[in-house]
Design a protein around this ligand. Structure first.
Ligand SMILES: Cc1cc2nc3c(=O)[nH]c(=O)nc-3n(C[C@H](O)[C@H](O)[C@H](O)COP(=O)(O)OP(=O)(O)OC[C@H]3O[C@@H](n4cnc5c(N)ncnc54)[C@H](O)[C@@H]3O)c2cc1C
Length: 370
């Protein structure tokens, strides 16, 4: 079977590794190489890294947990069931594409533009090529041309901005998450520590650059520790929110193109890795692939959507309160897994007992307990 994979990012390379042993696979990637420009903080769970390690040794740092930082600068330190790892995306993407090229043909500088009747139009080094395919996988990211060509629905998109600069982290093995309505509209800001620097970013429903400026200039804790005079890298990107129906006949979307992203953090690597593991078991039956993926991950993505909704319902005072009371109950975080937001349900009965503000409790229950 001839399989065309559009996109040489992690979703495309891992899809090729999944199906390339038994099928004739061609990857087309519009850039010269994978992993540029980097639009990723590189934080994944150690479970996820454990599954990727055989393909790429791209670890930069181990992460124990996260500081959840309130708008007033107060914070709680939480460690979940599983730690995290910061990876170097340039290395990960390059290694994955190299592994994929052992099983698949790879065309770089080749852009998918259209497809009809089992033939795709690819512009390669300025020339139009017609490529025959039996199945096509759209792993071409958030603005997927494959999704557009085959009239798939599109996920909602949140803009993001990220910079790397010198930073005095609270701890070099803890991520910092900044909540509050001055630092994001409906999401949060973050700092991922590296050696002397950090990747500092904002995901927001609107104007992330404005919120990043607020973090740099006004945040009671972060602003004193960010050294933004020397910005090493600055990127803008976007996060898809919400899984769409990702299979039609002989076409499947995988990765950002399908909204296979945690809606409560913006992390996409684990959910796309799981997709390619399931693809390997089911291919070429794409309907079964969809069914099995929804069985395995669908519940987590829909629960993650509830947490995403909550971000825009909470005000600064409520964030301050939640983070203050969480300090006495930080042991409960051991029940939580960063890849499985539904683990929050395990601590919901405790939350109901602890939260003493009826309006806030009503908000929490209206989203989490339905
Ligand atoms: C600021 C930011 C921070 C993030 N941080 C994290 C994090 O810490 N952890 C995490 O897990 N995730 C994170 N993510 C999400 C993660 O980066 C994505 O989920 C992941 O890159 C998706 O991989 P993909 O292969 O689906 O898409 P991409 O990585 O976007 O790859 C798509 C590929 O397709 C190619 N392409 C596009 N169109 C065409 C075409 N027409 N023809 C040929 N090729 C084409 C592109 O050149 C690209 O190489 C972050 C995202 C952002 C924006």
């Amino acid at each position: 079977m001839k399989v065309l994979i559009v996109g040489g990012g992690p979703a495309g390379s891992l899809s090729a590794i999944a199906v390339g042993k038994h099928h004739d696979v061609l990857i087309v990637e519009e850039h010269q190489s994978a992993g540029f420009p980097v639009q990723c903080a590189g934080l994944i769970s150690s479970d996820c890294y454990g599954r990727l390690r055989r393909l790429s040794k791209c670890k930069l740092n181990d992460i124990r947990g996260a500081f959840f930082i309130a708008p007033n600068g107060d914070y709680v330190e939480l460690e979940g069931k599983c730690g995290g790892v910061v990876v170097e995306r340039k290395i990960l993407d390059r290694d994955l594409l190299a592994k994929a090229s052992e099983l698949a043909e790879v065309w770089v500088k080749s852009k998918f533009v259209d497809a009809r009747d089992g033939k795709a139009k690819i512009i390669r080094f300025g020339e139009m090529k017609l490529v025959k395919f039996d199945a096509i996988i759209g792993a071409d990211g958030i603005y997927s041309a494959v999704a557009r060509c085959f009239n798939f629905d599109r996920p909602k998109i949140l803009p993001a901005v990220q910079m790397e600069c010198r930073y005095k982290a609270l701890s070099d093995d803890m991520v910092e998450l900044f909540f509050g309505n001055s630092y994001s509209d409906g999401f949060f800001a973050y700092a991922i520590p590296l050696d002397e620097t950090a990747r500092i970013g904002v995901v927001s429903r609107s104007n992330p650059k404005l919120y990043l400026d607020n973090l740099i200039k006004r945040h009671p804790s972060a602003s004193k520790r960010i050294k933004s005079d020397k910005v090493i890298e600055l990127n803008v990107g976007a996060i898809p929110i919400g899984l769409i129906d990702f299979v039609k006949d002989n076409v499947a979307l995988i990765g950002d193109s399908a909204g296979m992203v945690k809606p409560y953090t913006g992390g996409g690597l684990f959910y796309l890795l799981r997709a390619t593991e399931i693809l390997e078991e089911c291919f070429p039956d794409l309907r079964k692939f969809r069914e099995e993926y929804i069985k395995a991950i669908g519940r987590e993505i829909s629960f993650g959507m509830r947490i995403y909704k909550l971000y825009s319902m909470l005000n600064d005072e409520e964030y301050n309160y939640l983070i203050k009371i969480a300090k006495d109950y930080s042991h409960l975080a051991k029940e939580l897994h960063m890849d499985n937001p539904s683990t929050l349900l395990k601590v919901l009965p405790a939350i109901i007992k602890i939260v003493r503000k009826p309006k806030l409790l009503k908000k929490l229950l209206s989203v989490l307990a339905t």
